[in-house]
Design a protein around this ligand. Structure first.
Ligand code: PEP
Ligand code: MG
Length: 759
């Protein structure tokens, strides 16, 4: 066991006084280095600050030449200090001048010093400076001294970030400077508000404790609560259906039980820091390692560690570890908030549903796209894939989330804010105009009826059915109930949800899609490491057929929920006819089973499949006569067609759907379905955009299912189109090859005055 050491309590107490005192920034930093040098018996103590142009500037020193302060600047990869800044790791050297990376700076007068110890000053996953001590004599710094210096660096981080003199200007600039970033639209809309950070923020005011012994007890209690919650997750049967996750959870538990982690936290607390500060220090270290790690496996583990730190911080804040309760923005009054998160699971997002969020910004596009789908269900404008948010945004900053264009404006100037406020009002008016269309028939100018249905998956989606006036639910994603709960939903919970949906829909049809798990839709705690290409992997109907217990239970719940009424069921990602037959046979068995036990069979049963695997487009002949309908899942189908992963931003929007190859493919499917007498509809996201939907109508599709936000714009479009007039030039454009196909469609739409704008 490593020898442990706590930062002398006296030093922490004195540091607290210095930090609380009213003084010039320069004076404060000078006092800090003098204090550290004195306590650590070092001949030199210095602070280097990372500047806006990525140099390291000496901003305070005890022991080096005072005249070098604000003069000595080094490149980020220069010298020992640079090495620490780059790696984010401490560095201890017995004889610094002999080290190959040593960079000699005569103006500092550091010739006589040999021993060197430096640690990074970390903030928000970023190295913002370096704290060093040096001694004349050659020596090796002990583990405990390195640890102490790291603790001190954590305490200093906010002071250095906010107050270093060179930054007095640049920090002020940072505060005032507007920043614009690009992201990926996950849920369309506009949101204005002030930034609220999802990850718990520990304010420097809470760094210290008056009573370390009591604080240690508090920390131990929080650790116990954390371990207890992990035990409960392990005891739940979520892991029963995947092979791996139990091991993953076990690993998570092991991390939480790691005595070295707990001991380091305790030692930090014993030195006079609060439990929050101790955990925050651990989190900073994990974060910076994460920033530097490229190996996906290692990144995932570091994410786990950071999640663990965050959970512990939430428990210390007095709640059960869930994110939405960790609300520190009381003073925000009725100003709306924009949630800023590194990444967010769907369950975590649901916890915010009553928080009235104006928008969400995610640093990582979560590997699980259902976070975006939940955001859409909650109708919160969301953008993702916005890098390095932490270093440019602070809680309380004014933010505009333009999830129409995919831009984030941080600390916008007044002019921009005014412009967006106007745009936001216009958008609300537009939405109201769409609402007014609700009662109008979905009929084209030449009298063709189009069925507009809703994609849903959560109870909260049901409100949209009424609000949009949709003709029914064309796709009910049953896996969402599984994805957003910590434990596997019991059969009664499934029956209850399906029954609610059917009751709510009344006479309108509901197409239940059976569990579409696997791929990007992993259950909480399921391992993501097991497959190289999860979209092509063990997922959807493949997974369900290999887990008949789970699948049967769901089918039983559907039959019971229908309660003798009509029932429409479809199987996701059928690739070959045999899969459809096998799944249908299980459903028929379940109906028999239910009937034998006195439950009513559905009065009208419709069994279909989603066409998402291109192979199935060539296997329709084999299911004809046995299948009641096909629903085209373009999200998956087109990612396979274009060989472009829907989860990878660099390729997912690279290939325009409104293109001849896609149109010809969808045209072929429609014609085949017509020939075989199979009703067909489209339920991917494409159906929700007016231009794309117009093309589908041009190909002959008459039933479209889409997210709620698409129904208004698509209805307005179809009510403005004369389909017979549109179809002729459209078909000609599909089968000739004259320049951009999208432009051609837009040109026809313009001439024929078809309302194809999204807004
Ligand atoms: C699709 O793939 O188009 C689809 C509707 O299913 P999901 O988006 O849930 O994969
Ligand atoms: Mg799909």
């Amino acid at each position: 066991m490593p020898q442990t050491f706590s930062v002398p309590r006296l030093l922490i107490n004195r540091l607290r006084e210095v930090m609380a005192g009213d003084m010039e920034a320069d004076t404060r930093l000078q006092k800090v280095v003098t204090l550290i040098a004195g306590t650590m018996v070092a001949d030199v103590c210095s602070i280097y600050k990372r500047t806006d142009d990525d140099e390291l500037e000496l901003v305070a020193t005890e022991g080096l030449s005072v005249s070098a302060v604000h003069q000595t600047r080094m490149a980020l990869d220069e010298g020992l200090v640079g090495q620490i800044a780059l790696s984010g790791e401490p560095l201890s050297i017995q004889d610094a001048p002999r080290h190959p990376a040593f960079s000699y700076r005569p103006e500092t007068g550091e010739d006589p010093y040999h021993a060197f110890l430096g640690v990074p000053i970390l903030r928000g996953g970023r190295v913002i400076g370096v704290l060093t001590v040096q001694n004349r004599t050659e020596r090796i710094y002990e583990e405990d001294e390195i640890d102490s210096l790291q603790t001190i660096a954590m305490v200093l981080a906010e002071v250095v970030a906010a107050e270093a003199p060179i930054l007095a200007a640049s920090a002020a600039q940072r505060e005032a400077r507007p920043v614009n970033l690009k992201g990926r639209i996950l849920c369309d809309g506009l949101g204005l508000g002030i930034a609220r950070l999802h990850d718990p923020v520990v304010s420097p005011a809470r760094y210290f404790t008056e009573d370390p012994e009591a604080e240690v007890r508090r920390l131990r209690r929080a650790l116990e609560t954390l371990r207890g919650s992990l035990e409960r997750m392990l005891a739940s049967d979520v892991s029963a259906i995947f092979g791996e996750p139990r091991e993953v959870l076990e690993a998570f538990k092991m991390l939480a039980n790691d005595p070295v982690w707990a001991m380091r936290l305790e030692e930090t607390v014993k030195s006079g820091l609060s439990a929050e500060a101790a955990v925050d220090r651990s989190r900073r270290e994990h974060k910076v390692k994460l920033e530097n790690a490229h190996d996906p496996y290692l990144r995932e583990r570091l994410h786990d560690l950071e999640d663990l730190d965050n959970r512990l911080l939430r428990i210390l804040a007095g709640n059960d570890g869930s994110a939405a309760h960790d609300h520190s923005g009381e003073e925000n009054g009725d100003r709306r908030e924009v949630l800023i998160a590194r990444r967010l699971g769907p369950a975590e997002l649901l916890e915010y549903r009553d928080s009235g969020l104006a928008a969400i910004v995610l640093e990582e596009v979560a590997p699980t796209s259902h976070t975006a789908i939940v955001a859409r269900a909650l109708d919160i404008p969301t953008i993702g894939g916005v890098g390095a948010l932490n270093s440019v945004i602070a809680p309380g900053d004014q933010v505009i989330v333009d999830a129409e264009q995919g831009t984030l404006h941080i600390r916008p100037d007044e002019g921009l804010l005014d412009a967006y406020e106007t745009r936001s009002v216009l958008r609300t008016e537009r939405q109201a105009a769409f609402q007014a269309l609700r009662e109008q028939p979905s009929r084209t100018r030449d009298g063709v009826e189009i069925s507009l249905m809703l994609n849903a998956g959560l109870a909260i989606d049901l409100d949209s059915l009424g609000q949009t006036g949709a003709d029914g639910i064309g796709l009910f994603r049953t896996e969402f109930q599984f994805l957003v709960s910590d434990t596997l939903p019991k059969i009664d919970a499934q029956i209850e949800l399906y029954r609610n949906v059917l009751d709510y829909a009344g006479t309108r049809p509901v197409y239940f899609r059976t569990l579409d798990l696997g791929g990007d839709k992993l259950l909480p705690n399921a391992s993501t490491e097991t497959e190289e290409n999860p979209a092509l992997g063990w997922r959807s109907i493949r997974f369900a057929l290999d887990r008949p217990g789970l699948f049967r239970r769901q089918l039983r719940a559907l039959v019971r929920a229908a309660d003798g009424g009509p029932l429409a069921v479809m199987f996701p990602m059928v690739t070959i006819a045999e899969e459809f037959f096998e799944a249908k046979a299980i459903l028929m068995d379940e109906i028999e089973w239910s009937r034998a036990r006195g439950y009513s069979a559905p009065s009208q049963l419709r069994v279909g499949a989603m066409l998402e695997a291109p192979a199935f487009a060539f296997g329709l002949e084999e299911v004809a006569g046995e299948i009641d309908f096909i629903s085209i899942g373009t999200n998956d189908l087109l990612q396979f067609f274009n060989a472009a992963d829907r989860m990878v931003p660099a390729v997912s929007e690279r290939y325009d759907i409104v293109s001849r190859p896609v149109m010809r493919f969808l045209d072929g499917i429609k014609q085949q379905c017509d020939r075989l007498g199979i009703p067909v509809s489209v339920c991917g996201e494409v159906a929700s955009h007016p231009v794309e939907a117009l093309c589908l109508l041009g190909l002959g599709y008459r039933a479209l299912s889409m997210p709620a936000a698409g129904i208004g714009p698509v209805k307005r479009m179809l009510r403005s189109v004369d389909l017979s007039a549109f179809s002729e030039p459209f078909r000609e454009a599909v089968h000739t090859s004259n320049g951009s196909f999208r432009n051609e469609v837009l040109a026809i739409a313009r001439v024929q005055e078809i309302a194809v704008s999204d807004g």
